[in-house]
Design a protein around this ligand. Sequence first.
Ligand code: UDP
Ligand code: MG
Length: 315
Amino acid sequence: MTVSIVIPLYNEEENVGVLNRRLKETLDRLGIEYEILYVDDGSTDRTPEILEEIQAADNRVIVLSLRRNFGQTAAFAAGFDFARGDIIVTMDGDLQNDPNDIPKLLELIKENDLVSGWRKERKDPFFTRRLPSIMANWVISRVTGVKLHDYGCSLKAYRRDVIKNLRLYGEMHRFIPAVASWYGVNVAEVETTHYPRLRGKSKYGLSRTMKVVLDLITVKFLQSFSTKPIQFFGPIGLFSGALGFLISLYLSIEKIFRGKAIGGRPLLLLGVLLIIVGIQLIGMGLLGEMLVRVYHESQRKPIYVIKKVIGQQNK
Ligand code: UDP
Ligand code: MG
């Protein structure tokens, strides 16, 4: 078993040295084959120089420097692209996660495709971080159907094929377990230690909550309808169009058979609006269907994932 550790770093000059020392202690004790990928996410402090020194002293360390600050998700994605291990472990670079938890994760990954850390006793401010996080985890678990206590914990372990099939966008790294569930992965959760941030500043605030909500909508949509968008837009479009048609029919009867004036009635506006919206939604669904075909067929991406094939076919 070879393990790649992926760690995003943005202005963590005070933390990288200690982090690297603790990490190596743990990994050397385990006696496994490993590599550590530090992804410098466009740091403006001394992080890149310190990383270079660390790398010069140890060829199991790989340093990726991004050209600018692309964000934590992009930093993870870069690390994943370069990782060569059978197992990929991610963690934060601010010493809030404990490298000593890695053995626990590696033990569990033997029977699972994905192991997620759970910061049961999280050491972050309550109102700005923990409370929003409790609510977010509850909602995400319900909506995506993948029940985890702590989506936001960076300390996670993945099997290689889970990660290599994945494409990450925006701020989606926290949703990897939900996105990966599309492949039919089994997910385990393990309690991990969490420390307060002692050095350096947190890069996030309360504004992240809204981003998480929007990402959740995207994830849910992709999870349920990414290969059949018309099934999402279609029903709403049909309903809207049918209602608009009935209203317009009623108004037409009023006008033609009863000779009433309908030009000033609000209902007329509603009927017309519903018909137009209905047509638009169905049109959007059809466009979506075309996009799905372009996406899958241009890249030869199947709409299924095979676990294994037993038996041989004669050619
Ligand atoms: N990080 C990064 N790019 C960013 C923001 C954060 O690589 O744009 C890294 C950061 O250096 C740290 C990890 O992501 O290693 C988690 O960030 P932070 O500790 O600020 O998040 P929090 O623990 O407060 O949620
Ligand atoms: Mg942190």
